[in-house]
Ligand binder design. Sequence first.
Ligand code: DI6
Ligand code: FE
Length: 403
Amino acid sequence: MRLWRGGRLATLAGDSGWGLIDDGALLVEDGRLRWVGASAELPAEAAGAEVVELDGALVTPGLVDCHTHLVYGGSRAHEFEQRLLGASYADIAKAGGGIRSTVAATRAASEAELLASAGKRAAALLREGVTTLEVKSGYGLDAATEARMLRVARRLGDLGVDVRTTYLAAHALPPEFTDADAYIDAVCRWLPELYGQGLVDAVDAFCEHIAFSPAQVSRVFDAARQLGLPVKLHAEQLSDQGGSQLAAGYQALSCDHLEYLSPAGVAALARAGTVAVLLPGAFYALRETQLPPIAALREAGVPLALATDHNPGTSPTLSPLLMLNMACVLFRLTPEEALRGLTVNGARALGLVDRGRLRAGQRADFCIWDCAHPRELAACFGHNPLKERVWRGKRQQEQQGQA
Ligand code: DI6
Ligand code: FE
C-alpha cells in the first residue's frame, strides 16, 4: 500500500462542486483508491503504507481525453495557411484535401512510422496529465490501414496510459469509391474482423453534408449493435443533420462537436443519457462562430465532456489544459464544468465509470499539480503546472511498459 498525504484534493466526488479536501490523503492498493479523506482521519490500515508527501500540492483525478485522432501520417499545416487566405474547411475537403490528404499519407506510412509519430503525440498528452486516452481510426479507409491504425493505437498503451480504440472508417469517402453506399457496405463488412482481433472498443462516424448521411450512419450503427459495440457520433459540427437524434436512438455514449445542435437534438441527448463532448480546439481553429447550445444542454441535464479532438486538420493541439481554458473563454463553461468534462464526464463518454473521481473504489489515476486551487488549471493557459502523473497507483518512473 502507498499513502499520498498532505495535499489539497479536488475529488469531484459528488455531482456538483469541487469536492475539496484541504489537507487530504489518498491510500492506494493494487492500482485502486482504497481510501480518500482528510489526513487527520487516516484509517488504521494506513499505518504500514509507504508514504509520499504532497507538501500542499493540488491533486485531481487523472485527465481523460475522450476524443482524439492521434494516429496518422503527414501534416496539414498548409491547409491552415489556405484557410487564413479565405478557403473554408468544406472547400478544402471538396477539392480533395482535408481528411483525404491525411488518408494518402497514412496509407503510405509503415506501422513503425505511425507508432513513432503517434507515440510522440501521446507523450505530450501524458505530460499534461492524461491517464486515459481514446484514439480513433479513420485515416485508413481500407481494411488493412484501419487495422494498422488501431494496432498502433493499442500499442500506445505501452507508454503507461489506458487506450480505448474507436472504429471511424465512416469518416470520409476514400478515393477508390464513388458510391458512398457501397463504401458503407465495406465499412460494415470490415468491422466484425477488426472487432474479432480485439482492436475495437466503440464505433463512430462523421455525419455531415461533406461526409455521411444519417441513413448511412444508421447502417454502420446497426453493424456495431450486432456485435454489442457502443456507438458515438461526430454530429452537427458544420450543419444540423439530425445526427444526434439518430445517435440517441442507439443509446450512443456520446455525440461530439454539436455547434449546430437543435433543441430537438438537445432533448434527444437528455432522454438517452448521451454525453455531449465539446471540442473547443476545432471550434477555435476553424474560426467557427456558431456556439454549441451550452445553456440548453446544461438546463436539460446533459453531461458535458471536453476533449482535444487532436487531429492534423481541425484541431492540431496536444494540450488538454488549453482546452480547459478555451471551454471557459469560448463556451462559457465554469472551470468546474470544464474539469469535470476532462475527468468524470470524459470517462462517461467512453462508457467508463471506474475513474474520473477521487473516491474509494475508483482507479488510482491522479495528477499532482503545482497549484493552490483547481480553478487555476482553467484560468491559466500556455503553462503546464503538472508535477507528477500517477497511473494505476504507479509513480512516473514505474509506468512504462505496464499496460
Ligand atoms: N471532424 C473533425 O473535426 C475531424 N474529423 C471530423 O469528423 C477533422 C478530421 C480532419 O480534418 O482530418
Ligand atoms: Fe474528431
